[in-house]
Design a protein around this ligand. Structure first.
Ligand code: PMT
Length: 426
């Protein structure tokens, strides 16, 4: 039986006000059983003293690997070649720019270039800096290089501005780090073993899986949806405190325990179930692959084959998401999916506006190893009134589900603060 080796994680701390939060990241990883070492930039030392991290990690904290005090002359190799994960948190705009362009002028950027382990970066900066095209270009470059990025949270910043840019919650960083390490969220050994309960007040209705449109008692029109994406969203939402109800088509995987499941077959069945349940939902996520067409006249008896070709007359099925989106109640959030094979973003953008959605998750379903039936997915998230799309590279559906829910939480916070600002003016 192979012995399970302790996971080794290096944390690179760069010079932002959120540097102190890396202490919580360090503690969370240690509590999950990881061995953690820390490196800092000189600027980071302005915010937190290396001694703090040394006391907590029990190891020398590298700021300048040429320093006489450094007991390890080839620290950047030791660091980069012997770890299982390199976490850079917080990452400033300057650090992102250097990493994206291969600049290696300090220990952290050199270690980044020499690192063969997965890399997880949690940026933190002023909102305007975060939204700047240059920063977004650097983030996209890093994503394209295979780096996992944890998007900053929305909220009030130390500099007084409100918006995206605040370092993601340390528990979230730890949770994603453990998932990358192949651990489960539940391996956290402390009371924080529950993921952040940021959906505790939400009642989420999720559709999952394919619908089946009968041609005759034997034949039907359907698709390859398994239900995995919808069920991953349901599972993740429940882990984060939401009450979840699922309207499922004929799925090939088992729904998560703890969710109420309403089983349906055709698009009309699914529509009727959604219309029954939607008034009680605060969020609707439409992950189901609802057939767009059905036989205009399905036969009560098996159609006999003959030498002649069989012509099927098809008609449109009801567009559930559009019907719900056009009638959404104040405060309800509508999240759709877009299964595309070309012009993914522009097709998704059209659905976002035509169906009056708050968010749409676009996936290229022609991509090998992603989308229908796969355990993985790669998605682009478009949010109404936000020109910046969020690209999530190929990841497990549970990870994609959490990233989607991260954006839902941010959207909820934005809409809540906008509504309270409006009420305070009345
Ligand atoms: O189930 P898996 O195997 O895990 O696969 C996941 C998935 C590929 C099915 C999922 O990621 C996905 O893309 N789901 C949406 C598939 C789909 O029907 O996309 P669409 O672009 O055809 O529809 C757009 C949106 O309208 C979707 O939210 C869909 O649920 C909804 N719709 C579509 C048709 C219809 N008649 N009523 C609807 O509500």
């Amino acid at each position: 039986m192979s012995e399970v080796r302790v996971k080794r994680v290096a944390i690179g701390v760069t010079g932002g006000i959120a540097a102190y939060k890396s202490i919580e990241v360090l503690r969370g990883l240690q509590q999950a059983g990881c061995e953690v070492r820390v490196a800092m930039t000189r600027h980071a030392c302005e915010f937190v003293r290396p001694l703090t991290f040394r006391a907590l990690s029990g190891a020398y904290v590298i700021v300048d690997d040429y320093s006489a005090e450094n007991p390890d002359p080839i620290a950047h190799i030791t660091f980069s070649q012997t770890i299982d994960l390199f976490v850079i948190a917080p990452a400033t705009a300057n650090t992102l720019a250097k990493l994206a362009n291969g600049v290696a002028d300090d220990f952290i950027t050199s270690t980044y270039l020499a690192c063969t382990a997965p890399i997880l970066i949690a940026p933190a900066m002023n909102s305007v800096m975060w939204s700047h095209p240059a920063t977004q270009r650097n983030v996209q470059k890093l994503r394209n290089d295979g780096v996992r990025i944890i998007e900053p949270d929305d909220g009030e910043m130390a500099c007084g501005t409100i918006g995206p840019g605040r370092l993601s919650h340390p528990e979230r960083i730890v949770s994603v780090a453990l998932e990358i390490l192949g651990e489960t969220r539940q391996r956290l050994s402390t009371s924080e073993s529950k993921p952040v309960q940021d959906l505790i007040d939400e009642r989420i209705l999720i559709t999952a899986g394919p619908t089946r449109e009968p041609i005759d008692p034997v034949r039907f029109i359907s698709n390859r949806s398994s239900g995995k994406m919808g069920f991953a969203l349901a599972r993740a939402a429940m882990q984060r405190g939401a009450q979840v109800r699922i309207v499922a088509g004929i799925t090939t995987v088992v729904p998560p325990s703890g969710a109420e499941v309403i089983e349906t077959t055709s698009a009309e069945d699914m529509r009727a179930a959604v219309i029954r349940e939607i008034d009680d939902a605060t969020i609707f996520i439409s992950a189901a692959a609802v057939a767009d067409y059905r036989a205009k006249h399905s036969s009560p008896k098996k159609l006999k084959k003959s030498e002649a070709e069989m012509i099927l007359e098809l008609e449109r099925t009801p567009d559930i998401l559009k019907q719900v989106g056009l009638n959404k109640k104040t405060g309800q959030l509508m999240v759709g999916f877009a299964a595309e094979t070309d012009d993914v973003k522009s097709n998704a953008q059209k659905k976002l506006s035509q169906k009056n959605l708050d968010m749409i998750v676009a996936n290229d379903v022609s991509r090998e190893g992603s989308g229908f039936e796969s355990d993985n997915n790669a998605v682009t998230i478009l949010v109404r009134d936000n020109p910046l799309s969020i690209d999530i590279p190929l990841s497990s559906k549970p990870e994609v589900a959490n990233r989607i829910l991260d954006e839902v939480v941010k959207l909820r916070r934005r809409t809540t603060s906008a509504m309270s600002a409006k009420h305070s003016k009345l």
